[in-house]
Design a protein. Sequence first.
Length: 489
Amino acid sequence: MKTDFIIVGSGIAGLNAALNIAEFGKVLLITKKRLIESSTNFAQGGIAAVLAKTDDFKKHVKDTMIAGCFHNNREAVKFMVKHGPEAIKKLMNLGVKFEIIEKKLALTREGGHSKNRIAYAGDRTGEEIEKTLVALVEKNPNITIWENTFALDLIAKNRMCYGVRVIKNNRVIDVFSRAVILATGGIGQIYKYTTNPEIATADGIAMAFKAGALTQDMEFIQFHPTALAIERKPLFLLSESLRGEGAILINSKGERFMCHAHKLAELAPRDIVAREIYSQQKLGPVYLDISHKNAAFIRKRFPKIYSTLKKKYSLDLTRDKIPVTPAAHYLCGGVKTNLNGETNIKNLCCLGEMACTGVHGANRLASNSLLEAMVFSEHAAEKIKIKRDEIKTVNKPALHLTKISSSQTCASRVIKEEIKTLMWNNVGILRSKSRLRETLVELRRLEKLLPASTTNIEIAEVKNMLTVARLIIEAAIKRKKSLGCHFVV
Ligand code: FAD
Ligand code: SIN
């Protein structure tokens, strides 16, 4: 089958790209579960941009570079920051309802920001963006949506991408197009404790890597400091904007410890806060406390967090100290792209969390992810629109759906849990060279237990997780010194 453009992924990056590109051709939007199932839909805190009179581009660039330990690509950072205000304006024009106070866009602050510059919709910013973009995509006659469709492989040869092989309704289908845009999100599911939804199994990065795409900065996994320390899958996030609005962190002795660790205290960059909490946890549980703030304000500002804690965990945000722990949250690296989202594979673009534009460096500044996804998907779409190449096809060896026994699926589930535990214990917040090397050996052993190729979605996901876990460790081994999220003891 043929279409003009294929987009894989229905988070902010995939949806925004689809809306733009659909003006110029037929788009097939593929997503592995329902449209809304994405990290985007989980985003709480907001989206950063220079919107206040007291703020300027230089300050946002500087904060982004400081958080990223100056490992960032400065040109990419400048580009993202400069286009930030129009990205917010565009979202508002599309119908996203950000918080307005006294007729002005309300702006909050998160870790590492020197100014209030985060636009938000309560504590469910991502849901508001996702809902708005999904409604527009569903109405667009040029966009065909395939939900519950798994992108298995790229159809690529000699660094040229021709299309995508997918599994839909238990059939393997090869779809050819002028260009393929991967926007498959993050990798959090590789770790035992994560804030990421189930879909975040690193599929796009593994697919692109298999086709010969270059990856960059894979060692920089960001751990969010404050996930709820009550075991559920995924861990529920307690937004950094709680600290932006005055929440403090206290240890098991009731002491506030971040004031001694960094001049910005609880609002220090995330890698620093996460490591501090991790070391305090050796002495006992760590808590987030906002109970000193007015209860009505807390309920109004954080309605989702307040009600989720109350209903699901019997905790009261206005009174209780909330137990927190760091959890795998975001991949700062990914498939290497230029400012147009292009990779080293012709006709293959990568966008959003799975792409490495270089803006985040060694550690992402809070709320820069939705911004990056929005700005670069907008820009890439402008470039892709002008593509007028013929749709070419290429022969890919036929693949027939193979029956998998229940014992094979069980085995792959066991392997998945092993990967998650190994990555959490050995490739987490604190790393050592010897454990990184040992883990690589373990992963190679696990790899041999899986079939070389598969049409089973569960097994394909585990294989993708293994591929990307290996890329993370190999990059971590190559980096000689600690930097940002990569911390060697
Ligand atoms: P996603 O939104 O994750 O979308 C990926 C899509 O790809 C999904 O639709 C998925 O189903 C699909 N997909 C994956 N694999 C396949 C496959 N093999 N076949 C078909 N489809 C596939 N960032 C901020 O800037 N501000 C915040 O406040 C914020 N809060 C966050 C809170 C939480 C709990 C989490 C988890 C993240 C948060 N982030 C935040 C990060 C941000 O939400 C993500 O980085 C961003 O939404 C990623 O967007 P995306 O479009 O790249 O990917
Ligand atoms: C949060 O709300 O704390 C998440 C913000 C982010 O990941 O940028």
